[in-house]
Design a protein around this ligand. Structure first.
Ligand code: HEC
Length: 189
């Protein structure tokens, strides 16, 4: 029933107020949310269940102590976003990328000296926005919403400026829409 009501409203019929009590419609009248992880003001939240429900795109390991990204990195997207990318080579509007960084644990195993993932540290999130919806919001621009969640406070985006906190490091991947595709064999057609 709730779903019916929601789609009814999303279809554009008289969204003149927000239903904050049910949480079903967080959007104001002017801008319906295009992603379940983004509210009408462009605030990004960390998706849940990406480990169990989403497609794993690939992993990176940055081993060196003190390196900015030291840890195990696992990258996920929605199954439909991965399928769409495979078909078109573009991220569909609303696609979400989550990079989970965990610490590195190591020890001898029967396979050899092994490294495996430890505790959660941070999550990086990118949400594709092909329409420039949130101009003037420091977390949005260059075709994406950008967010960083610390494991100690996962409910708040710790970044206020993607230009300061994200873009410089992502410049090597500018030609591929800021995404480091070489690490994602799951996207190969
Ligand atoms: C220190 C450099 C650095 C900073 C700062 C940085 N990134 Fe990245 N990011 C990378 C690199 C390099 C990769 C891929 C390789 C890796 O993870 O080691 C990556 C991968 C990602 C991925 C996985 C998809 C992809 O693009 O390959 C997401 C999502 C992401 N970053 C989001 C962000 C966001 C959001 C910010 C800012 C809040 C940010 N990053 C800041 C360097 C950085």
């Amino acid at each position: 029933m709730l779903r019916l009501v929601t789609s009814h409203f999303r279809a554009g019929i008289a969204v003149a107020f927000a239903w904050s009590t049910t949480g079903a419609i967080a959007a104001g009248p002017e801008r319906a949310p295009f992603s379940p992880y983004v509210d009408a003001r462009g605030t990004i939240t960390l998706p849940k269940d990406f480990r169990t429900r989403w497609t794993h795109l690939g992993s990176w390991v940055v081993q060196q102590d003190g390196a900015p990204g030291q840890g195990f990195h696992d990258v996920y997207t929605e199954p439909a976003s991965a399928a769409s990318f495979r078909k078109t080579g573009q991220w569909p509007d609303g696609a979400t990328l989550v990079k989970e960084i965990r610490g590195i644990t190591s020890g001898p195993l029967t396979t050899g000296p092994a490294l495996w993932a430890g505790d959660n540290k941070v999550w990086f999130v990118m949400v594709k926005d092909s329409k420039g919806r949130h101009a003037g919001n420091g977390n949005w621009g260059d075709g994406w919403g950008w967010a960083l969640f610390d494991a100690k406070q996962p409910s708040t985006n710790a970044s206020v400026s993607y230009q300061k906190d994200c873009l410089g490091c992502h410049t090597p991947a500018k030609a591929t829409d800021w995404v480091f595709l070489q690490g994602y064999p799951t996207l190969a057609r």
